[in-house]
Design a protein around this ligand. Sequence first.
Ligand SMILES: [Zn+2]
Length: 405
Amino acid sequence: MNRRPSPIEAARRRHRLAEVAARTGIWISATAGSVTVRCPMPSHGHPDRTPSLRLFLDDDTWYCFGCSARAADVVQWVTQTESVDWRQAIQILDSGRLLSNAWAGTGDLPRLRRAGAKGGIDLPDLERTPPARIREVLDSTWAHCTTCPLHTRAVAYLAGRGIDVTVLESYTGRPEAGHTPHYGPTLARRLLSDGFSADQLIDAGLVHHHADGRITDFYAQRLLVPIRDQEGRLAGLVGRNTGDPRWPKYKNPPRTVVYDKSVDLYQPLPAARHPRGRVIIVEGTLDAMAIAVTAVAAGRPELVCPVTQSGRELSADQMRRVISMHGLPPVLAFDADEAGWDSTRRYRAAARLLGATVDVAMLPKGHDPASWLAEQGPRGLSALLPVPEPASQPGQISAPLVAGI
Ligand SMILES: [Zn+2]
């Protein structure tokens, strides 16, 4: 009865499907039953617009309605994502390294493709314009949108939300918010007169290109917040609607040659240097800015490093980076509502799969970090800085938990 398992059987026992999916950037909060996710396999041929790949968590098998011939296991997951044979797949599984998701960062494609089909929009071409030229377009945009009347408009809008961005700007020595033109030539016209071509504006993600050849601003009537890459270069802009309330509240940049939402984060302050400093993961760009402003105003910028992907999803790469930014576990400070608590549960599961822990900030129900700090001022920061437990067990969450989680 003591038959020795084959190498493949042994590998199946060592690696759970949920762990392998998490290493591919797909996180699942369920632990049993089945769940359907977007297919990460190159064999799928295109970004999976509606989830097609079902994970059977009880027996760690999976099947894609778009591209699978038959149900498969964790070893076959890796032979497909990495295009290797089963022996190499087992080595990769055991190495613990992240796995390729053929369609990571293409999450915006379906919406834009549909818009395009209605007569609308060219996506940035990732090969047509060199990255250095895209950075020049972005830098010019930022210069236009942060000069006097537009910068003043951004500062006034944020002040109305209880955020004094000039505090952050005196600390970093550069503009941290801008606004799109609200009279005179559009941004696109200004950039064309700077000598950039329409193709370059499309490739920088700054304009819509309509079927009739017109180009119009991608960000109109918006507060602009800079997303910088790990070298500090401007990579993209988050646009908060300040115009017609029927428009989407936030616009994130489309994928360009210098911006990938599965890689880049909004991080208004440098990594927290203090031994008790914390990385704080939030869902709103203005939440991150509010925390940064409050910490600088309180004279404690080295205590916090707020980050956001401008949404409630972090890729496996971003999660790894955030975890490695400080010796203490990152703090989750999502909105204190059902959606925020749901994200908190999923992040805790994801962190556990990466062998890490997270702490959870305790905000009163109905608050987000920005509204909380606008009400409480600097003393509100302590709610975002839970006291870490000295010796947590591996895999155990060392957090004062929000009620209900
Ligand atoms: Zn598929």
